[in-house]
Ligand binder design. Structure first.
Ligand code: FRU
Length: 506
């Protein structure tokens, strides 16, 4: 009898367990907002200036689009754990790109697969027939094969209806076929999709977002090919009064400092083919280890090319020591084309000026000694202007009271900036994290203007208005508050040191 009861109970438990797991898998039931109390922002390492999910895992930014006063940021999200999996689109909105409001998860997996990266557009002319100004997401359904699907929202991006005719772009057998980014090609009056196809980017066109025709493929034999190409974005920009088309391509692995990074190509696009100008490829958007899978906002009202990336690297993203959440977005950047001293165009990306919204007054430290106690306890921006001659080498450090430090070495002989975060705080989780991060600085001739954006677990280092940059994560126990410039002495002239702190955004 006892055995029978035990058996019955086990069966009941099994059925209960199956029901719970089924409900758990039925993603329509995930409508997840973690915590309204805001106390999670007090967690160690939790960024203040940077977007993070309230809880669990995020990777790529997705579906960035502006509509009716709101910037939307969807993102690759696991609503069930702080590791990659169950890919869904998390969602947040902002009026100023700095202060974000968390919203419920926008899309979860269905019978076509998980919801991988993609974009969103505003269908001003109702080309798809879902309604004028419908917000339409174009994304990868990652099932047995990767195919492209669409979904539309008629309530300002809050909820989506998946199109019954999905997938709109099937896969004829490619292993990697993902991350659609779509824009309206004005010159031809049709939509163009860029999509990552292993180690090339393919272009498709459509009149209605529902049927797509192949145009061309780009990338063989040009640029970096150390890994798979992902998350493309083709952007029309201006350079010295001319139009230039810039193609962003994330690559993993194969970045300049190992692992994930974003390369770019500059050239022309005639509505069918992208042709790259002859330039010294590979060219990199950010030499730091932690700026990946970034693309630009669609429908941006001021016409700026606004970009945001995922602030991590596939080499260690799943084991970084922020336990309750993993993954953050970079600060939003404005992309422009600037000139390299040798006369060719390069893509610059600077932190958007809008960060001033939450910034306090500048404090000038220029005439202090070489070691500065910055008296900061919260995230801040530090500007250092240095005059260097070609024979100078030196370094400066940013550290805290327990000697956790980041070393910035300026090598003007070999034209390099080397950032060392091996003693920056917790770093033992990955040798790929501990290694030096190197960027060339040949685009800078004489005066080096360094802007550092220091949050609780990252440093974005922007040189000369974004012509060179490095975005790197760090995990110190306390924010760095001491600047030591003494090892620059002699070789460099430090012209200016200034700092401004940021107010809390919640
Ligand atoms: C880039 C990426 C994309 C893919 C997504 C899955 O980081 O691998 O290619 O769509 O992440 O989460």
């Amino acid at each position: 009898m006892k055995t029978y009861l035990l058996y019955k109970r086990s069966i009941t438990f099994l059925i209960l367990y199956l029901c719970i797991s089924l409900v758990g898998c039925n993603d329509d039931n995930i409508d997840y907002i973690y915590d309204d109390s805001n106390t999670y922002y007090e967690e160690l390492y939790r960024p203040m200036l940077h977007f993070t999910p309230q809880k669990y895992w995020m990777n790529d930014p997705n579906g960035m689009v502006y509509l009716d006063g709101e910037y939307h940021l969807y993102y690759q999200y696991n609503p069930q754990a702080a590791v990659w999996g169950n890919m869904s689109w998390g969602h947040a909105v902002s009026k100023d790109l700095i202060q974000w409001e968390h919203l419920p998860v926008a899309m979860t997996k269905d019978n076509l697969g998980e919801i991988f990266s993609g974009c969103a557009i505003v269908d001003v002319n109702n080309t798809a027939g879902f309604g004028e100004n419908a917000l339409i997401a174009i994304y990868t359904s990652s099932g047995e094969r990767q195919t492209q699907s669409i979904a539309y929202s008629l309530d300002k991006g809050r909820t989506f209806e998946k199109y019954a005719g999905n997938p709109v772009l099937p896969n004829d057998g490619r292993a990697d076929f993902r991350d659609p980014k779509v824009f309206w090609y004005e010159e031809g009056n049709y939509w163009v999709m860029t999509i990552a196809t292993s180690q090339t980017i393919s272009f498709y066109r459509s009149d209605n977002l529902k049927t797509w025709n192949f145009l061309s493929e780009f990338g063989e034999g040009v640029g970096a090919h150390g890994g798979v190409w992902e998350c493309p974005d083709l952007i029309k920009m201006s350079y010295s009064g001319d139009d230039k088309w810039v193609l962003l391509v994330s690559i993993n692995p194969g970045g300049p400092n190992g692992g994930s990074a974003t390369q770019y190509f500059i050239g022309s696009f005639d509505g069918v083919n992208f042709v790259a100008d002859s330039l010294p490829y590979p060219m990199w958007l950010d030499y730091g280890k932690d700026n990946y899978a970034g693309v630009t906002w669609s429908n941006e009202p001021t016409g700026r090319h606004l970009f945001i990336g995922w602030m991590s690297n596939w080499q260690y993203a799943g084991i970084v020591p922020s336990m309750t959440w993993r993954g953050a977005a970079t600060l939003p950047r404005e992309l422009t084309l600037k000139s390299h001293p040798s006369g060719y165009p390069v893509l610059a990306s600077d932190v958007i000026a809008d960060v001033s919204i939450i910034a306090n007054q500048w404090q000038d430290f220029s005439n202090s000694s070489y070691i500065y106690d910055l008296h900061v306890e919260r995230p801040y921006e530090l500007n250092i202007s240095i005059i260097a001659d070609k024979n100078s080498k030196g370094f400066f450090t940013l550290k805290n009271e327990i000697d956790e430090k980041v070393v910035f070495e300026l090598d003007c002989v070999d034209n390099k900036l080397i950032i060392d975060r091996s003693a920056s705080g917790v770093s033992s989780f990955s040798n790929d994290f501990r290694m030096q991060v190197i960027s060339p600085i040949d685009a800078i001739t004489n005066k080096i203007d360094i802007k550092l954006y220091i949050d609780y677990s990252s440093i974005e280092c922007v040189l000369n208005d974004g012509i060179i940059q490095q975005t790197n994560l760090v995990y110190p126990q306390k924010i760095y508050s001491i600047l030591d410039l003494s090892y620059l002495e002699g070789a460099f002239v430090v012209e200016k040191v200034a700092l401004r702190t940021f107010d809390s955004i919640w």
